[in-house]
Design a protein around this ligand. Structure first.
Ligand SMILES: *Cc1c(COP(=O)(O)O)cnc(C)c1O
Length: 355
């Protein structure tokens, strides 16, 4: 059953030159918003992009009940609009919401909102191979109350922004052994705003030392690699793809999952297991070819050029023939319709015209 969504669109299109602008600065013309009150979702609507008015008492401004997703729409070679892996993003959104005591979004509301919005703002999807439309579904606690409590009212919204290559240079990262992003039993596997706020300080210290990001380690021993900044960490050592297994403190990335599937299909050896950072140091010291990269929706594959561990810098392989680029290009080819979509990852969306 389709969730009723009204469309209050403005007919005029104002696609501007988005290529020169930083990631996420320019929203498309429209947005989606729905309100949760008295136990149900109401007023689901696509509207012109607009500001919100919130009371300073609004709960999300104080106690952190905020959850988001990040996904992308691509233009396929035949002109179709493709939203990538909407199912997995939907499941993860609800998983994050339940961890934060926030209500589920019905599947038809989530998918209907995104289909409508992307269909309407389709002219904003970049046509270049390195371009796509970033889609940001999110939910905030909107009840007005200063007392600490689980909110009984929420806003579910979706906004979009054209995006191109996220990082232009291979990254320099530092293994973080003092601060942690997430602990066992915490919220590391949920895409909630608080995880990011808590990561800023250690990341800013690493930036001051000349690094782009930190490579997080586990909270108990600081020996095992968890994630890199806001991406899942992956390594290719002697042709084997190695990535930390999903524990409660690592986010279950859609890009991670897609790359693991592609690697397995290509016949690569894939290992999801605990990864000691000392193991990576040993491989780098032994002169083996080590590729390291972050995997995430925004950057897709972000090559890592330098990893600093115990105050020593190590260089990883980032040559043009690196296997990580082959995996990235394979993923891109599926999204563009150049390779068969054997996993049903693509969701074709109708262009939606305002009449
Ligand atoms: C979103 C996110 C990722 C990447 O997940 P994708 O689904 O591939 O975008 C990895 N780590 C963290 C902490 C994230 O928030």
């Amino acid at each position: 059953m389709d969730y009723p969504i009204s469309v209050l669109a403005q007919a005029e299109r104002k696609v501007v030159d988005t290529k020169t602008l930083p990631f996420g600065k320019i929203p498309t013309e429209h947005m989606f918003i729905a309100e949760y009150k008295d136990g149900s979702w109401k007023n689901a609507r696509v509207t012109p992009f607009q500001e919100l008015t919130l009371s300073p008492l609004t709960l999300c401004l104080h106690y952190g009940q905020t959850v988001f997703e990040g996904m992308k729409a691509f233009l396929m070679d035949d002109g179709s609009i493709n939203i990538f892996r909407m199912d997995k993003h939907y499941r993860r959104f609800n998983m994050s919401l339940s961890r934060m005591c926030m209500p589920d979004v019905p599947e038809s509301l989530f998918k209907g909102a995104i289909r409508r919005l992307v269909g309407l703002d389709a002219d904003w999807i970049p046509t270049d191979d390195d371009g796509s439309l970033y889609i940001r579904p999110f939910m905030i606690a909107s009840e007005e109350r200063l007392g600490v409590k689980v909110s009984e009212e929420y806003l579910f919204m979706v906004v979009c922004s054209p995006t191109y290559r996220y990082y232009t240079q291979p990254l320099r990262i530092k293994v973080e052994t003092k601060y942690v992003r997430a602990a066992e039993g915490g919220t590391g596997s949920a895409k909630c705003g608080g995880n990011y706020g808590a990561a800023y300080y250690p990341t800013s210290l690493a930036r001051a030392e000349g690094f782009d990001q930190v490579l997080w380690t586990d909270s108990k021993t600081h020996e095992f690699i968890e994630e890199s900044g806001t991406m899942n960490a992956m390594f290719i050592i002697d042709g084997t793809l190695i990535t930390p297994a999903l524990t409660g403190s690592i986010l279950d990335g859609v890009t991670r999952d897609s790359i693991l599937s592609i690697a397995r299909e290509k016949g690569m050896k894939v290992e999801e297991r605990p990864v000691r950072y000392k193991e990576i140091v040993a491989a780098l010291k032994s002169g083996k070819r080590v590729e390291a990269f972050g995997a995430g929706t925004a950057a897709v594959v972000a090559p890592i050029a330098v990893i600093s561990m115990d105050d020593e810098d190590y260089e990883c392989y980032t040559g043009d023939d690196a296997t990580m680029y082959e995996l990235r290009d394979h993923l891109l080819a599926i999204r563009r319709g150049r390779l068969p979509d054997t996993h049903n990852w693509n969701n074709i969306v109708e262009k939606f015209a305002v009449t």
